[in-house]
Design a protein around this ligand. Structure first.
Ligand code: NG1
Ligand code: ZN
Length: 556
């Protein structure tokens, strides 16, 4: 071992690490994987993971010489679960090699802790003498406060400095990390800074709307009994001129994510409990940590209509494209989706809107990464997680145009400038997306039905199948085709051929121990049949366990 590195390890108080680690002992036999959204499982199994992620955040901070974020949340999962994820310097998800370190560290036996920490430091050439700074946020789960204290223990043992923001939405923590690592240019790293930045942009933007009728300016929000309720209530008076929000499932009574929230509404395709909806009223749901949003309404006949992430991406990208045309800028704009995007949305974007569409693997980090390739990249998962990213060059160009162009063009450039400020560039953000959507609807004078009518979703169905080991399924082509087990893709191809406008794919979930099945077709009945038949194929060919998939299941 070279001497310099050896000397470095003296800076790691190995004795203290061993001592404190024993106070956050790993349950025997528990193996966890850093998945698409960090670690997630029952809260009672996570104490050691939190402590160790505190340690890892310090190493990552030292290596990047930047502030790193740690968020304690399990998003849309049940209240009893919890989870943790690290946020990289520009508000992004943790780099892949560090995800491996995270898994390694979380699963290390007590006696191997020192070795694993030294290994990571060596592999990543971490200068242990470098200062470290970690910011921490948590959702409203009963277990979150104690678990975030364990993160702090980990940070402190390795000599890191920290700021505990306490209760925050996940995207707010991403915002804080981004602000701190860009020298305040992006915004102030305080909760007021966040409220002020977004509200100012929103109020300026909506001032330009000609129709200010009441029907456009009120919105019912289902907060999934989570953190979104607290933060929206705090923020409300900052933007009250532009929008009045009525909060439901605000956590005062119900359980987090139980029969409510964006995930429930999207997967059950029905409204949340605890919200009374009159016909044609605009409603939306956040998930438990407020990084997802879906809209919906009841038509005059009482039918429920869901407006998911795909339709949100469509509204946003069409509006941005219109503004660019008005300003006369030929910037490249692209939409990024996953295999779960409804086929109608992809067709509409490509054929009607003439916007290029790209498909990536599931998980926002993949979408985010792809979206960064464009001047303006709009990305959304069908479940409502997404945002729009603007390159620095675009931002500068637009700011200049807003100063220089003549009247009409200047107005469009001003709007775009405000929209850039309103989007959370660090992560998909339900609050920020909601304000962008509300502003666009007001500016265009669109009702929720008119928005919904842009295209008609193909009927679809999502199911889950239990298998002994979901890793037997591997996929390619952005998860749209199965490579293993042998014969599975051929079986799916044959089933898909039986239906019209049909498509189906399977993939192992990154957050649950299940295989997910997705199918769409020309009618709900066909989509349901196809999804069931594909589930049976998975059960037979990929080692299904428990009960065989039953027909007629209407939700996962
Ligand atoms: P998995 O469990 O890998 O399907 C789910 C969502 C993702 C993403 C992650 C993180 C679907 C089908 N999958 O991932 O889109 O949001 O959770 O929360 O919605
Ligand atoms: Zn979430």
């Amino acid at each position: 071992m070279p001497e310099t590195i050896f000397l470095n390890f003296v800076d790691m108080d190995l004795g203290a690490i061993t001592k404190y680690s024993a106070l956050h002992a790993k349950p025997n036999g528990l193996i966890l994987q850093y998945g698409t959204a960090g670690f997630r499982t029952k809260a009672e199994h996570l104490d050691h993971v939190m402590f160790r992620m505190g340690l890892l955040a310090v190493l990552r901070s030292k290596q990047t010489k930047s502030t790193i974020g740690v968020m304690v949340t399990a998003s849309h999962n049940p209240e009893e679960d919890n989870g943790v994820k690290l946020v990289d310097p520009l508000g992004e998800m943790l780099a892949p090699s560090w995800e491996e370190h995270a898994t390694c560290l979380a699963n290390a036996e007590e006696q191997d802790m020192q070795r694993v920490l030294i290994d990571i430091s060596e592999k990543e050439a971490v200068n242990l003498q470098q200062d470290a700074f970690v910011v921490i946020g948590r959702d409203t789960r009963p277990s979150s406060e104690k678990l975030s204290q364990s993160v702090i223990d980990g940070v402190t043992v390795l000599g890191g400095q920290f700021h505990d923001y306490g209760l925050l939405t996940t995207p707010q923590l991403h915002y804080m990390v981004y602000c701190r690592n860009t020298g305040g240019r992006y915004g102030k790293a305080t909760i007021e800074g966040y409220y002020q930045k977004l509200s100012k942009a929103f109020v300026e933007l909506t001032k330009q709307a000609s129709c200010s009728g009441d029907e456009y300016r009120s919105l019912k929000v289902d907060c999934a009994n989570g953190i979104g309720a607290l933060k929206l209530r705090e923020m409300e008076h900052y933007f009250s001129q532009g929008l009045s929000v009525q909060l439901f499932n605000d956590g005062s009574k119900g359980k987090l994510n139980h029969l409510c929230g964006a995930d429930f509404v999207k997967s059950h395709q029905k409204p949340p409990q605890g919200m009374e909806i009159k016909s044609n009223e605009r409603c939306c749901s956040f998930d438990g940590d407020a990084d997802r949003i879906v809209y919906y309404y009841h038509d005059a006949d009482g039918h429920f209509h869901l407006i998911d992430g795909d339709k949100i991406a469509t509204l946003i990208s069409s509006f941005l494209k219109e503004l660019l045309v008005e300003i006369g800028e030929s910037l490249n704009i692209g939409v990024v989706q996953t295999a779960y995007a409804n086929g109608s949305s992809t067709r509409y974007l490509e054929e009607v809107m003439k916007v290029p569409v790209y498909c990536t693997k599931t998980g926002v980090k993949h979408l985010h990464h792809k979206a960064q390739e464009f001047d303006i990249g709009v990305y959304f998962e069908a479940n409502g997680h997404g945002t729009a990213l603007f390159s620095t060059a675009v931002e500068m160009k637009i700011k200049q145009s807003a100063e220089q162009l003549e009247d009409k063009k200047r107005k469009a450039a001003k709007m775009l400038e405000n929209i850039i400020d309103l989007f959370n560039q660090a992560a998909g953000d339900a609050i920020s997306d909601m304000l962008v959507i509300e502003a666009i609807l007001a500016l265009k004078g669109l009702t929720v039905q008119q928005w919904d009518a842009l295209y008609t979703d193909l009927p679809n169905r999502q199911l889950k199948v239990q298998v002994a080991d979901r890793r037997v399924i591997s996929t390619t082509n952005a998860e749209r085709q199965a490579v293993t087990p042998p014969g599975l893709q051929e079986a799916i191809n044959d089933l898909v051929k039986k239906y019209k406008l049909s498509r189906a794919f399977v993939r192992p979930s990154g957050t649950e121990d299940v295989v997910r099945v997705y199918a769409e077709a020309d009618s709900q009945e066909s989509a349901d049949h196809l999804a069931h038949e594909v589930s049976l194929a998975v059960f037979q060919l990929a080692g299904g366990i428990g009960e065989r998939p039953q027909p007629g299941k209407t939700f996962e």
